[in-house]
Design a protein around this ligand. Structure first.
Ligand code: NAD
Length: 485
């Protein structure tokens, strides 16, 4: 059985209390490894190492820090197959998806922020001929980085890369459900000779290791991606310590399908946007609102396509969906569907656990599920399921569509399908979500602001937005006397 270790101060070390957690393989349900059940003492050690490494790291030239990031990117890319296999085994996503999406994006994160830091600009303001203001952006110290299980390496590196590029050192706490690629990343950091203590990885539970990181007095900023309820706990812990916070949280993302849309494109993309990665992407569509006149045809064609999606062995090239991440999550998803049924909503397809083949019968597979509902208020339309479940609901007109789209506490992303450009622009303005896609989904430019409105988050990440978050900007005001001329 593989046992991974913490990576602290440039060394692979066991947790101080000697305790480990089992890591289950979603594909078979079997325990296939162990990870440290780290405590506050391990976090203390990691923070001390990061704090000691900070002065030298921040003093490096930007080009030197960028070079390290490029080296990390190259090293991950060289081991793409190894990373993809580990990610698929840990999280359950089909290996081809890890190879084509998650791992290349992690590589891109390092390359992107290596370039971004070289092109970052500071500002100058000339108040009068004799008064000049200019700004400096300074790294803050030890960045506390907490990431979820759904895109384990992609989201972890989306934090580590800008934090290090900007001159901070870091202590990262990856999800306890998916530690494998983070551990491979630690091996890469070691291999490329990143100075010790610059990036430390502490594995373990959120309430223990994560909480110790959030509460640590020497960690002035916390970047957290995860559930909205967890963020409330973290916020309560961090606020009295005046920490800078970034929250990237849950969603309940609507797709508005107007009758004039390109139906084939809307169908193909919406099937993907609803079920890619088993629906376990924060940006996945979970509520479809379809204009009344199109509803019967759209529903028939959509359900037909969903029925064809192959749920199978994540190691197989032709599986579109693998298992869900854990037995608990499978129970949670099944519970949502069961309650929706009990409340009288119609399950049009799926709605149950499945076993793709005998050898995988203990894995956490769940069929892609479509539920028909008439209004936007039931639990299944309000709470984040974070699995392969979408609802289909009719809307009467533009106002009804926007009202239904906006009827949750979340505001992460939305998709609009129409050929009417005016309507698209108005809907994009009227829907409260941080990311709106028109006639597409999941197209990302890493320079644009990324983050949620309402309860989907606080702050923005991406390009300069991340570099701003990982630094503090100060203004220097200078009076230019003429006495010495
Ligand atoms: P989670 O909130 O349970 O856990 C996220 C991370 O926080 C894990 O590393 C966990 O160990 C840690 N954690 C848990 N309790 C903690 C505490 N008290 N103090 C400190 N750390 C703690 O979320 P999850 O189940 O891992 O991920 C799924 C959620 O993440 C979904 O809600 C999804 O929408 C959201 N998500 C959001 C984005 C985004 O960019 N907005 C991206 C991916 C996932």
């Amino acid at each position: 059985m593989d046992r991974i270790l913490n990576y602290i101060d440039g060394a692979f070390v066991p947790p101080l209390a000697g305790q480990y957690l089992d890591n289950h393989e979603p594909r078979t349900g079997a325990v296939y490894g162990q990870l440290p059940d780290s405590t506050a003492a391990d976090v203390d050690r990691a923070v001390a190492a990061a704090k000691a490494a900070f002065p030298a790291w921040q003093a490096l030239k930007r080009q030197e820090r960028a070079q390290y990031l490029y080296k990390i990117a190259d090293a991950i890319e060289k081991k793409l197959d190894l990373f993809a296999k580990a990610e698929s085994r840990d999280q359950g996503k089909p290996i081809h998806l890890a190879r084509s999406m998650d791992i290349p994006r992690a590589v891109e994160n390092f390359r992107f922020f290596a370039g971004a830091i070289l092109h970052q600009q500071e500002k100058a303001f000339q108040t009068s001929p004799e008064v000049l203001n200019y700004t400096r952006r300074e790294p803050m110290g030890v960045a506390g980085l907490i990431s979820p299980w759904n895109l384990p390496l992609y989201l972890l590196t989306w934090k580590i890369a800008p934090a290090l590029a900007a001159g901070n050192t870091a202590v990262a706490k990856p999800s306890e459900l998916t530690p494998a690629t983070a551990f491979l990343l630690a091996e890469v950091l070691d291999e490329v000779g990143l100075p010790k203590g610059v990036c430390n990885l502490v594995f373990g539970l959120g309430e223990k290791a994560g909480d110790a990181l959030v509460a640590h007095p020497d960690v002035p900023l916390i970047s957290f991606t995860g559930g909205t309820e967890t963020a409330a706990v973290i916020g309560r812990r961090a606020a009295p310590l005046y920490k800078k916070i970034s929250f990237e949280l849950g969603g309940k993302n609507p797709a508005l399908i107007f009758a004039d849309c390109d139906l084939d494109a809307a169908l193909a993309t919406t099937v993907r946007s609803s079920f890619l990665n088993q629906g376990e992407i924060c940006l996945c569509t979970s509520r479809l609102f379809v204009e009344e006149s199109l509803l019967p045809k759209f529903t028939e064609l959509f359900v037909e396509r969903v029925r064809q999606l192959k749920v199978g062995d994540p190691e197989s090239q032709d599986s579109f969906m693998g298992p869900l991440v854990s037995a608990e999550h499978q129970d949670k998803v099944a519970g949502f569907v069961q309650r929706a049924r009990t409340q009288g909503h119609r399950v049009l397809c799926g709605g149950e656990r499945v076993t793709p083949q005998k050898s995988l019968e203990k894995g956490y597979y769940f069929a892609p599920t479509v539920i028909s509902t008439d209004d936007a208020s039931p639990e299944i339309m309000q709470q984040e399921v974070f699995g392969p479940v979408v609802t289909i609901t009719p809307f009467r007109d533009y106002a009804d569509a926007v009202c239904k789209a906006n009827s949750t506490r979340y505001g992460l992303a939305a998709t609009i399908w129409t050929r009417n450009l005016e309507r698209a622009h108005h809907a994009a303005a009227d829907i409260k979500a941080g990311q709106i896609w028109v006639n597409t989904w999941m197209l990302r430019d890493l320079r644009v602001p990324f983050g949620g409105m309402k309860d989907s988050g606080i702050g923005r990440e991406g390009g300069d937005y991340s570099l701003e978050f990982y630094t503090e900007e100060k203004n220097i005001c200078l009076q230019l006397g003429r006495n010495q001329l």
